[in-house]
Design a protein around this ligand. Sequence first.
Ligand code: HEM
Length: 577
Amino acid sequence: MTIKDLFNTLPFLPSWARSSPKIGYAIYTIEAILVLLTGLYLYMWTWQEYTLPYKNLRGPKTAHWFWGNVKTFLAEQPMVPHGRWIKEYGPTFRYKVIAGAPRFYTADPVALSYILNHADIFPKPPQTRKGMADMLGNGVLVAEGADHKRQRRLLNPSFSPLAIKGMIPIFYDKAYELREKFTALIEDEHSGVGAASPTPPQEMDIVKGTRKIDVMSWLGRCTLDVIGLAGFNYDFKALEEPHNELAEAYRKMFSAGMEVTVGAILQALFPVLQIFPTERMKMVKESSAKTKEIGQKLIDEKKQAILAAHTHGIEKKEDIGHDLLSHLIKANMASDLRPDQKLSDDEVLAQITTFMLAGNETSSTALTWILYTLSQHPDAQKRLREEAMGVSDDRPTLDTLNSLSYMDAVIREVLRLSAPAPATMRESIQPTVVPLGTPVKGRDGKMMDSVHLPKGATMMIPILNVNTSIYVWGPDAEQFNPDRFLKPTASESNTSVPGVWGNLLTFLGGTRNCIGYRFALAEIKVILFVLIRGFEFEELPSKPEIERKASVVMRPRVKGEEKAGLQMPLLVRPLSN
Ligand code: HEM
C-alpha cells in the first residue's frame, strides 16, 4: 500500500487534502492527537472513576478538569481545605488530584493506626522517595522494607535517652550563643553579628530598647549548629559566621528541593518531564555533590579517629561515643555485627544529609511557631517565664526541664496546632481493606465502616488535621489551650491517635515514627528555657499578617512581604533583671 492509498483510507479527510500528502499528514496528526486526548480524558475521568473500589466514598466536587483539587490546596494554607471537608463529609473521604487521579483521605485514628502499623503495605510513594533520594541518598528516611529495618536498628543507639543526655551541653552552648547574638542585635543594630531581619522595621516597629528580629532565621542558624555538632561533631559556626561552605550547600539544596511548585508536582507525577532539567534540579544536583564530598571527608576522618583510638578494632557495638555519626560508625564497625547487617559507605553518608534535613528545619520551625504563639498569648508567656525563672540553675538537667509541666504543655500544644511537618504521603502496594473507627455515609446513603483500597492507592497522612480534629480533641480543638495537657485525663481519649508522642501525630507513629523525637524535644526545651529567661517576645506594633506556607515543613511568611521569603519577625525585648 502506498502513502497515497493510506491517505485515501483515513476518515474525515476532505478530498482536496487527499491530493496533498503534506496537508494529509497534518490532518492525520491532528486526528491522532485528538483521538489520544479523548482516550486519555475518558481514562482519566471515566475509567478511573468507574473502576475505583472506593467510589462510594463522598468528597468535594472536582474544581478543575485537569488539576482536580490541587490548585485549591496551593491557594490556601496547609491542610485548611481538608479541615473544611472533614466537617462536611466526616474524617474519611476522597478527592481528585492531577489528571483525574483519585486520592483517598482519612483523618480517622483507627484507619491511620492500621496504615501506620502496616508500613510494609503502605510505603512512601515512589515519586516521593525519588525526590528525597536525589537530595538525601538512600538513608533511613528513604529506605523501605528490610533496608529500612537494618538502618533503623543501627541508628537506634544514637537516639537512645542516654545518648540524648550526652548532647545536652551542646544544646546549652548554642542556646546561650543565640542569646548573646539577640542581645548584641538589640544593643546595636550595626554590631556586625548579622542582619536582624530581611526587611527593615517600619517606623512604628522601632521601639527603644527592643529590636525587630526574624527569629526564624536565627533559630535556624542555632539548630544548624546544634545538628552539626550533635550530629557529626562539625561546627558550622552558622551563628558566628553566616557563610559556611557546607551550610550554604545544604541551605540551597533543601530550599530548592522542598519548594512546592506546580512544575515540581508535574515532574513528580510524570517523571518523563524530568528530561527537561529545571534550575531547581540543577541546584539540587550541584549542592548535593558538594554536601556528599564534605560528608565523605567527615566520615573518613571519624573512621580514622575511631581506628586510632581502638587499635584492635571496635570489639563491642555497645562501645559508643557522643555524636550521632560516631555512634553509627562505631556500631557499624563492631566486630560482632554480621556483614549483611552493616551499612554501606553510601548509606552512612546518606544519614548525614538525612539528619541535616530531618533534624534541623523541623526543630527550628517548631521553635519559631512556639515563640510566635507566645507572642500572641502574653499570659501564657508570662506563666511559662515564671516557671522557668523558678529554676535556680542556668543549665538544669534534662530531668529538671522535663519536670517543668507548663513548659511541656506549651510545647505539646504548639506542636499540636502547628506541627512542623503538616502531612506526609503513603501508597498501598496491594489491595487492602482499611477499617474505620468513625463510619462515614457513602454516596449510596449507607454507612461505611471500612474502605477497600486497590494496589497503588495514594493517600495523605494528614498530621495537622488529626492534631486539630474535633473527633479527638473536642469542640475547642483549634484553640490554643496548653492547660488541656495538664488535666489528669489529658492522655485518656476515646479516640487514641497512633502517634509516638502525646496522642499527637506530630512525630508520626508506627514503625516509621520520627527516630529523632527525643532529640528534638530536648533541644526545644533547652533553647526555649534559655530564651524565655532572657527576653520577652512580642508581636510587632504594625501587626503584620503571618501566613503558613506549605513546603515539606510548614513555615511562616509575612503577607505583603513575599519577596523577602520565609520569615518570622517579632519584637524582642531583653528582660530587665
Ligand atoms: C520538632 C521536630 C521534628 C518533627 C516535627 C519531626 C517529624 C517527623 C515526621 C513526621 C517523620 C515521619 C516522616 C515520614 O515518614 O513521612 C519524621 C521522621 C524522621 N525524623 Fe523527625 N521530626 C523532628 C525532629 C527530628 C530530629 C531532631 C531528627 C534527627 C536528629 C529527626 C530525624 C528523623 C528521621 C531520621 C526520620 C525518618 C525515620 C524513619 O523513616 O524511620 N527528626 N520526623
